[in-house]
Design a protein around this ligand. Structure first.
Ligand code: BES
Ligand code: MN
Ligand code: ZN
Length: 515
């Protein structure tokens, strides 16, 4: 995770660091190239040779020693980066994601060139205001500067480069929105990188207790409220879902709660994240190939706790509470068995037909208890819930299901803003019918078809009339669409920036109004 300092410094020629970056839009002809006068001749020469046209991701590294015509530059190197065509952004995320990707490409070049001190001349564009341009660039740089090397030996090649130390943005005119934007980008990205760190930890290190310890530490740093419900509390409260999932494990479960409840708040949002620290499937055991990936089954929980980090730093005037039901799903001698019947916090009983459908079981208790305890204006849950959503949407969109149009739209917009697109799937009686049980109120699987929706239909039983949205991130929490700022493999940190965007743009009072 980047430890870099970020600041504004408008003196491009005076910068004496490792790398100075200029961005260039794609141009059809040499004459149409618009770029900083310091590199204009070089860029045009490269265009003539067919080496550079400003296509997205194209790079040109220049060395300004005497005789190159770049003698006004004191940086060790110059990077010219192609931005592509900002007027032609049809993909989700639009022009904001273009600048985020530019930031990611810059971070990758910094790694290749072992750059510690970086300056980027903030590109001017008519498609985005300078504040948002700075926000997205910095977000992309921070996300792209992420690496997880903690378990590599100190002398290993992975540890040779320790990332960016200083990042300066140089503006054309002294717009104060740039500094604000940098802060927004940095806080959102660092929160997402924290979520990647949690996910990268192996399941023998990242246990339910680790979730609890993280929350307690965050609460202490930022004076948030923190409650940890222990197994005995769950027993007293009748949280039969999380207790059942934990039955086959030697590791105690935790229900982790972080509260940001400012006194002047008008309403409170509730976030609930699935925190299964390892999903073996339980008695309905998963196949061995790829099972190691199931350490990532806590990415929803990571997303809500890490979003709280940004919330704590930004202190909005709405309340936000995050809850993570945390446990692993193992197959010890006391494990829950197919056919067992359990009772959830709200009294509903469920027939457990498949112990691998455990996410909905722990979320059910957390949703019902959270709504009961905090009376939120709405609740959003996020979970690596079903393989079915991966079949339907692949690795490029997360699934979105909701009982409220306004909330669904707010989330779609937040996801678009964050470059983490969501696609809505329906809910309804016909799907609820698929999870009817002969012996209990409901059963925990709904047959072969519409698996992502029947999982949501299970959750719907635990939210009552509260506006609720469910994000299924099983396809996007890792192996997310490859981008310069998202590694091809490993956790993406998905959801953190969407939730942060949702809270930043929250339309107060909207949930109370009919659409
Ligand atoms: N954690 C898994 C879902 C998952 C699968 C996430 C693949 C990422 C990749 C979840 O707990 C699960 O096992 N779901 C089952 C439900 C089924 C038994 C109804 C699934 O999707 O196969
Ligand atoms: Mn499972
Ligand atoms: Zn799972």
């Amino acid at each position: 995770m980047t430890t870099a300092q970020f600041k504004v410094d408008d003196n491009v020629a005076g910068f004496q660091g490792d790398l100075l970056v200029f961005c260039v839009n794609q141009a059809e002809t040499k004459e149409k190239i618009v770029c900083h006068h310091l590199v204009e001749n070089q860029v045009r020469a490269a265009f003539d040779l067919g080496d550079f046209s400003g296509k997205e991701g194209q790079t040109l590294v220049l060395y300004p020693f005497s005789g190159t015509g770049l003698t006004d530059v004191r940086a060790a190197r110059i990077l010219v980066l192609g931005l592509g065509d900002p007027s032609d952004q049809t993909e989700p995320g639009g022009v904001r994601d273009l600048f985020r990707r530019a930031g990611g490409t810059i971070a990758r070049q910094c790694e290749a060139l072992k750059v510690a001190t970086l300056m980027v001349a903030l590109p001017e564009t008519s498609f985005l205001d300078p504040g948002q341009t700075a926000e997205c660039l910095v977000e992309g740089i921070c996300l792209g500067d992420y690496r997880f090397v903690k378990y590599k030996q100190a002398q290993s090649k992975e540890r040779e480069y320790s990332g960016l130390q200083q990042v300066c943005l140089a503006r054309v005119n002294t717009d104060p929105a740039v500094e604000t934007g940098m802060g927004l980008g940095r806080r959102a990205a660092l929160a997402a990188c924290e979520a990647r760190n949690m996910a990268n930890e192996p399941a023998n290190a990242w246990t339910a207790s680790a979730f609890a310890a993280f929350a307690q530490a965050l609460a202490k740093t930022h004076s948030l409220g923190c409650r940890i419900l222990e197994k005995s509390d769950m027993e007293r409260l009748g949280m039969g879902g999380i207790l059942a999932v934990n039955q086959g494990s030697g590791e105690p479960p935790k229900l982790v709660v972080l509260e940001y409840l400012p006194e002047q708040r008008s309403e409170t949002l509730l976030l609930v994240g699935k925190g299964v620290t390892f999903d073996s499937g339980g008695i309905s055991l998963k196949p061995a190939p790829g099972m190691e990936k199931m350490k990532y089954d806590m990415c929803g929980g990571a997303a809500v706790l890490c979003a709280m980090q940004a919330v704590a730093e930004e202190r909005p005037d709405v309340g936000v509470v995050a809850i993570v039901p945390a446990t692993d799903n193992l197959a010890g001698g006391l494990a829950v068995k197919p056919g067992d019947v359990i009772r959830h916090f709200n009294g509903k009983t469920a027939e457990i037909v498949n112990t691998d459908a455990e996410g909905r079981m722990i979320l059910a208790d957390a949703l019902a208890w959270g709504i009961d305890a905090y009376h939120p204006c709405c609740v959003v849950d996020i979970a690596t819930l079903t393989g079915a959503v991966v079949m339907g949407l692949g690795h490029h969109y997360s699934g979105l299901m909701a009982n409220n149009e306004t909330l669904a739209r707010c989330l779609e917009q937040a996801g678009e803003r964050a470059g983490e697109p969501l696609w809505r799937l329906p809910l309804g009686k016909a799907y609820a019918k698929q999870i009817e049980s002969k012996v209990a109120d409901i059963r925990n699987i709904g047959g072969k078809s519409a698996g992502a929706i029947t999982a949501a239909a299970y959750l719907e039983n635990f939210v009552g009339d509260t506006p609720w949205a469910h994000m299924d991130i099983a396809g996007t929490a890792w192996d997310f669409t490859e981008k310069s700022y998202v590694a091809k493999e490993g956790p993406s940190g998905i959801g953190v920036r969407t939730l942060v965007a949702l809270i930043r743009t929250w339309p107060k009072g909207a949930m109370a109004q009919p659409l």
